[in-house]
Design a protein around this ligand. Sequence first.
Ligand code: PXL
Length: 270
Amino acid sequence: MDNKKILTIQDLSCVGQCSLTVALPILSAYGYETCVLPTAVLSNHTMFKKWSYLDLTPELDNIYPVWRENGFRFDAFLLGYLGKAPLMDAAERAFDEFSAKDRLIVIDPVFADNGKLYGGFDMDYVRAMAHLVRRADIILPNMTEACFLTGTEYRTEYNEEYVKGLLSSLKKLTVGIPVVTGVELDGKIGEAILKEDGSVSYVMGEKLPVSKHGTGDIFASVFTAEYLAGKTLEQASDSASVFVQDCLRATPEEHFYGVVFERILKGRRG
Ligand code: PXL
């Protein structure tokens, strides 16, 4: 395994199996040196009834100058839940100042699902994210986020033409490749990838009758790890989907706030 250094920028939810508590173990288990930039510290993720929130944006003014002096550079950036719109600028500053040569930028926009914004987000945040994604090499919105980012009407029933339209609209926002997750067609679920020639590549798998929190963050981490290891977009999507499915199958129904990804990661060691 090569010694690529990844910076993952997202919140630290102390409890809840999402964002940094997912990305750090997964990327590390793949053998990457994983550095973190916590955007906020939350008592737990926002799907619980209550949460506390400490915005760490001001702390970046202390961290960045020191990183600059220490000469840190990262081969890849994985962005997830940022939390506040000013963090978009901060993320861009990180790309500008701390990129190694040929670095990869993966942005999972993380602000909505099932047709609705997550608690604490508004359209200003969506607009700021729509601006930030222009810098990405790969963006990983789910269907809801893709609709919000592009101003497309959200539907629960749709066809391939609708998905292609969504991908083409996303492409107008970014120099990178749009990979939309959670696409449901013909009773299956998976990813739609916009190819350079304008065609759409689908990676579809079994739709399990459950959906749980944190699976998008797991998907993004496995996807990034696999892609950085040289896999194609399709292979990386497939591995990440299978990983998420395994997590869902292993998670007891009463474990409502996340998935037991640790057991799947452990099973894949060595
Ligand atoms: O899993 C996405 C996510 C990450 N971080 C926080 C969240 C959520 C989704 O709700 O609340 C704090």
